[in-house]
Design a protein around this ligand. Structure first.
Ligand code: GDP
Ligand code: MG
Length: 438
């Protein structure tokens, strides 16, 4: 009996060690992803401590789902930081709202304020733009050009050099013309300089804006916090817009900007064109921060993997959201045949195995495929994830000799793949590819 007991205890010991180890490995992996996404170091560290405190190791003992539980806890924490429940001022039709755009030079203010104007024009507002950037030569012409594209009137001057005066005159004149959304574009400097902040303070006092929007370039990374804080200390920043999300940056600076300004992110800029502008959505943003769903790399890989004559249909399905489980099966099969499981799976994160565990990842794909072998044609060919209800999941798991958790995990991957491509950069990649081939 004694021998049995010590053996059991030792086993328990081992279990705990394994769970701690899994937790640490997983947290380290996530930490790396977040730092690579430019999330502020101190935030990442706090997050790691919080998660360690809140994740219930006992819960993790059930094995398979450990990584998912941890990942989800991190996801929730990040969502909480980004979506604190604070809302920003929202322009109302008929009321003359004044919105002031601030940010460093090159952050995307001039482009973004025009996108913002167009967004509201399409909603039935009567927006107008004021160019209070007298610092940069050509600023007025640039805004004028943008404004023309967006079909929005503009106030500015080639000769007047006092930004405060232009701002006040512009706002007054558009008020008289009953515009209900008056947007003031300001200048920036390459660096954070006292003269810039003083100028912002004066414009803000003179125009008394309903909302000040801080525009940040997603690629500035770890510098975001200080920059955002400096603006917040000069003017009453009430919202954040992140630009250039179409680039390589994952936008982790957004967390810093939110923390520094205590304001929500309201939009993201995803390109140079007027329509490359989206309302901010926390969940997909967080998934991207965690390195999940980096779809452009994924789609490139798809092009290598899927037979040329099937590519069009495949990409179409991905971008239409008609991505079926059968499509996923075919993709896994090609990946498997070409020995590219690890390469592709790392792009879909979540699926990626940590270094040294590549075999596990390969096995997982095999198991996914075995589970899919137990599905009916209806299940394989439906692009509606809701079809896979609890009883179907249970049936397939049993029928293929797997655990329900494994089926659920696979369905989660499927949903991830089926929904992310709805982003428009997906179709852009697809178009590029097609035109290159022609
Ligand atoms: P400002 O100095 O803050 O007014 O910045 P601008 O609006 O002049 O933008 C600086 C550069 O960034 C321009 O070349 C813009 O076309 C570009 N830009 C702005 N927003 C985006 C974006 O969301 N994506 C990309 N790719 N480029 C952007
Ligand atoms: Mg500008």
């Amino acid at each position: 009996l004694h021998g049995k007991l010590t053996r059991a205890l030792r086993q328990l010991d081992n279990e705990t060690i394994i769970d701690e180890k899994v937790l640490n490995d997983c947290l380290n992996e996530i930490t790396r992803a977040l730092l690579q996404s430019d999330v502020q170091f101190s935030l990442v560290r706090d997050l790691q401590i919080n998660i360690k405190r809140t994740v219930n190791l006992g819960q993790l003992a059930h094995g398979y789902h450990k990584r998912n539980i941890i990942r989800r806890a991190v996801e929730e924490e990040l969502c909480k930081i980004l979506d604190s429940g604070k809302t920003s001022y929202v322009p109302k039709k008929g009321n003359a709202s004044v919105v002031l755009f601030v940010g460093l030079q090159g952050s995307g203010k001039t482009t973004t304020c025009t996108k913002y104007a167009q967004f509201y024009r399409k909603k039935g507002f009567k927006p107008a733009l004021v160019c209070a950037d007298t610092f940069r030569a050509g600023a007025y012409d640039q805004l004028k050009q943008n404004a023309m594209k967006a079909n929005v009137p503009i106030y500015g001057s080639h000769t007047e050099s006092d930004p405060v005066q232009i701002a006040v005159e512009g706002v007054d004149s558009f008020r008289k013309k009953t515009h209900d959304l008056i947007i003031v574009d300001t200048s920036g400097r390459h660096k954070q300089e006292e003269v810039l902040f003083e100028e912002m303070r004066q414009i803000s006092v003179a125009t008394n804006p309903d909302l000040v929007i801080f525009v940040m370039d997603s690629s500035i990374g770890q510098a975001t916090y200080d920059q955002a804080l400096a603006f917040k200390q000069s003017v009453a920043v009430g919202a954040v817009i992140i630009t250039k999300m179409d680039g390589h940056a994952k936008g982790g600076g957004a967390l810093s900007a939110v923390a520094a300004t205590k304001s929500p992110v309201i939009f993201i800029g995803t390109g140079e064109h007027m329509d490359d502008f989206k309302e901010f959505d926390v969940k997909p943003f967080v998934l991207r921060l965690l390195g999940m769903g980096d779809i452009s790399g994924f789609t490139n890989k798809v092009h290598e993997l899927v037979a040329v004559n099937q590519q069009h249909d495949f990409m179409q399905r991905l971008s239409d959201g008609n991505f079926t489980l059968r499509n996923m099966y075919q993709l896994f099969q090609s990946m498997h045949e070409m020995g590219l499981i690890n390469e592709v799976s790392s792009m879909l994160a979540g699926l990626a195995a940590p270094k040294g565990h590549e075999k596990e990842s390969q096995l997982k794909f095999k198991r996914f495929m075995i589970m899919m072998d137990s599905m009916t044609n209806e299940e394989l060919d439906s692009s509606n994830p809701k079809l896979m209800n609890k009883s179907r999941i249970l049936r397939i798991a049993r029928g293929s000799g797997h655990r329900v958790e494994e089926m659920e995990e696979m369905m989660e991957k499927y949903k991830l793949m089926a929904t992310i491509p709805k982003r428009r950069d997906m179709s852009a990649v697809s178009q590029n590819r097609n035109s290159q081939r022609m």
